[in-house]
Every structure is written in structure tokens, then in C-alpha cells.
Design a protein around this ligand. Structure first.
Ligand code: NAD
Length: 355
């Protein structure tokens, strides 16, 4: 049987990374019929939009996509394709596993965290009122002196529905993936209504999993310190959108940075796998950047398809090449100008040879 999977090469270094990830996935022997669709800055002229309907239609049809990074040019008026995709497909959960692989230069060796971030609301909902606008003025008046008269305002909506959905997702993820603990993270001591609601809902959901998955709470500031001091104590973290955004980069930093951090955006109808890193446009076409993050996205994709054995083989082959430290890209070498660094394709060749 062949699985149908949408493949979005993206732009910048996206196409060369996606091409190598595709090779690595195919080398496991799992048969995939790729539906290749184009999105991003490079197709603006051709389609008049960076996100043609054909991309969404393909993902809705296949239910699963592997996506390269897409540039969000500053000041041209087109919105982030990445954000638009998440909104249009209602990909409400962002999952970022942050695991240390021996051989990666990092201050920490004992990290195996999964950050589950709510993807649809919070300060990312885009409810903003500019300085001097009538709406901002109205809210300033309603605040009874709490907001300075010359303020711009962003609104932070946290709903019971979205909070329950993301916390249930985190607990289900923990059960399915053999994890032991979920930690909910907010700043509920200050934002008593919004973050307080998130904690209350999290406690209710946790009660349904009692005896199976442990539950605890942390305040975001303390969580950041704990992650730097003793990340090995943590397992699955579940957070509202903004804290989740920041903590997932922090957690990626703990395990060696952007080049090795995969991710998934998940909804009820579709899953889009993509690396945390962006399109690194300055390295476009140079066969230079690290394919690990996208290959680990491939590992997540294979697991999602139910091909666990192939996923484990690909992960083990990637880990072995990293541990050996020979056929790795510049960012994994002791110095950035190390002449023994290999290219994107050559590192992938080494991983495929290990399979
Ligand atoms: P970036 O992640 O593209 O690059 C920052 C730096 O990180 C690079 O200069 C490079 O030194 C390093 N880096 C990134 N990926 C690497 C890899 N695979 N191997 C080795 N080194 C790597 O971040 P940026 O420069 O802030 O963003 C560039 C563009 O990408 C922006 O337009 C941004 O909006 C977009 N972006 C897209 C996504 C996405 O598609 N989901 C995510 C983040 C940023």
C-alpha cells in the first residue's frame, strides 16, 4: 500500500532540505505517493498568492503534509503563509519534541521534552488596536485608569474550549507515546482570569487521567529557570500560544538548536510536519544547511502513518551519523568554518547508508 502525503518544498533553503528528507524517508522502504504542491515567495508571480488553494485542497485530501520553511518577507503586505495554513486548516496543536542526541554540542545531555503549544488564540489571535484608534480609546475608558491614555492594545483571549482541546491533546499524546507526566505552564498568579482558566481546565482534564499520567503546574518564569537548571525533570509541557512559542525555542536551544528540532502542527482533519527553523535564505542553493530537523520531521511523519519500525530505523540512522560526527553539516562541527563539514546532501547520504 502506498500512503498519499502532500509535499510542500517551500522557499529559501526549503526545497533542498525537503528533497533530502524525501530521499531519507523513501530509503526506509515505506511507499509514499507524494502530492507536490507549491507555496511561498517564489510562487507569488505564478499564482498571485503565496498560498494557492491547491495547497489547502491537497492537504485536506491527504490529511498529512511535510512542509519546507517559507519566508515571510517584511513589509510587502503578504501575511505569513505558515500562520495562514495553521488557521485555514485549524491546526490547533503545535508539537515540538526536543530530545538530545549524543554527539550534538550542547550544555545538556539528558533532555527529552515535548512542548505542546496551543496554536489558535491568546495574544496571537490578532485582536489589536493601534494607538489613537477609536477602539483603543474605548477600551482605555473602560479600564478605569488602568491603561495609559497613549496606549496601543493587544487582547489576550483564552477560551475554555481551546484550553480543554489542547490539554486533552497533551494528555492523549502522553498516553500514546508512553510519557509519564504533563506540566501545564502559565502566569496565572497575575492573569487570574485568562491563565487561571487555562489552569482550571487543565486540572479538570488531569483528573480524568489520574493514575495514568502525572500532572503538575508551573509559572512561566519559574519554568524557564527550571528548564535551564534541570530540564531532565520535565516530560510533556502544555502551554498557551505565546508562552509555548517562547518555551519551544528555549527547549530547542537545550538540545542543540534550530538545525535539529522537528515539529508538527496538528488538527482534527490534518497534520503538517515542519522544522522549527525558517528558510535561512542566505544559504539558499548552497547545499550547506543541516537536514536533520526535516529528516526528524520525516520520523514523526512515519510514526503518524503507523510505520513505527521505519521511523525508529530512520531515527537511529540519523542519531548514529550525528554521534559519529564525521558526515555532518557545518553547524554540528566544533567550529563553523571546519573544513571537514559536509553538505546537506552528503549528510543525508550518510544517514541513508546507515539505514
Ligand atoms: P532561520 O531559522 O531561517 O535562520 C536563522 C539562522 O539559523 C540561519 O541564518 C542559520 O544560521 C541558522 N539555521 C536555520 N536553519 C538551519 C539549518 N537547517 N541548518 C543550519 N543552520 C540553520 O530564521 P530567520 O532568519 O529568522 O527567518 C528566515 C525566514 O524564515 C523569515 O522570512 C521567517 O519568517 C521564515 N520562517 C519560516 C518558518 C516556517 O516556515 N515555519 C519558521 C521560522 C521562520
Amino acid at each position: 500500500m502506498s500512503y498519499r502525503v502532500t509535499l510542500i518544498p517551500g522557499d529559501g533553503t526549503g526545497p533542498e532540505l525537503v528533497a533530502q528528507a524525501r530521499r531519507a524517508i523513501e530509503a526506509t522502504g515505506v511507499s509514499i505517493a507524494w502530492e507536490v504542491v507549491e507555496a511561498g515567495a517564489d510562487v507569488m508571480d505564478k499564482y498571485g498568492t503565496p498560498l494557492p488553494d491547491s495547497v489547502l485542497e491537497s492537504i485536506e485530501r491527504t490529511g498529512v503534509a511535510l512542509k519546507g520553511p517559507i519566508t515571510t518577507p517584511i513589509g510587502t503586505g503578504f501575511r505569513s503563509v505558515n500562520v495562514a495554513l495553521r488557521q485555514r486548516l485549524n491546526l490547533y496543536a503545535c508539537v515540538r519534541p526536543c530530545k538530545h542526541y549524543p554527539g550534538i554540542r550542547s550544555h545538556y545531555t539528558d533532555v527529552d521534552l515535548v512542548v505542546v503549544r496551543e496554536n489558535t488564540e491568546d495574544l496571537y489571535a490578532g485582536v489589536e488596536f493601534d494607538l489613537g484608534s477609536a477602539q483603543a480609546q474605548q477600551i482605555i475608558e473602560m479600564s478605569e485608569g488602568k491603561i495609559a491614555a497613549d496606549s496601543a492594545i493587544s487582547i489576550k483571549p483564552i477560551s475554555e474550549t481551546a484550553s480543554r482541546r489542547i490539554v486533552e491533546f497533551a494528555f492523549d499524546y502522553a498516553v500514546v507515546n508512553g510519557r509519564r507526566k504533563v506540566t501545564a505552564v502559565t502566569k496565572a498568579n497575575i492573569m487570574k482570569f485568562t491563565d487561571g482558566l487555562f489552569f482550571r481546565v487543565a486540572r479538570e482534564v488531569a483528573a480524568e487521567y489520574e493514575g495514568r499520567i502525572e500532572y503538575e503546574e508551573r509559572l512561566i518564569d519559574n519554568m524557564c529557570m527550571q528548564l535551564v537548571q534541570k530540564p531532565e525533570l520535565y516530560d510533556v509541557l502544555v502551554l498557551p500560544n505565546l508562552y509555548g512559542d517562547i518555551v519551544s525555542d528555549l527547549a530547542a536551544g537545550l538540545v542543540g538548536g534550530l538545525g535539529v528540532a522537528p515539529g508538527a502542527n496538528i488538527g482534527d482533519r490534518a497534520v503538517v510536519f515542519e522544522a522549527i527553523h525558517g528558510s535561512a535564505p542566505k544559504y539558499k542553493g548552497m547545499n550547506k544547511v543541516n537536514p536533520t530537523a526535516l529528516i526528524l520531521c520525516g520520523v514523526m511523519l512515519l510514526r503518524h502513518l503507523g510505520e513505527s519500525a521505519a521511523a525508529e530505523r530512520l531515527e537511529a540512522a540519523t542519531a548514529a551519523v550525528i554521534a559519529e560526527g564525521k558526515h555532518v553539516t557545518y553547524d554540528m562541527k566544533p567550529t563553523r568554518d571546519d573544513p571537514t563539514a559536509v553538505g546537506t546532501k552528503e549528510m543525508t547520504d550518510a544517514i541513508i547508508a546507515r539505514l
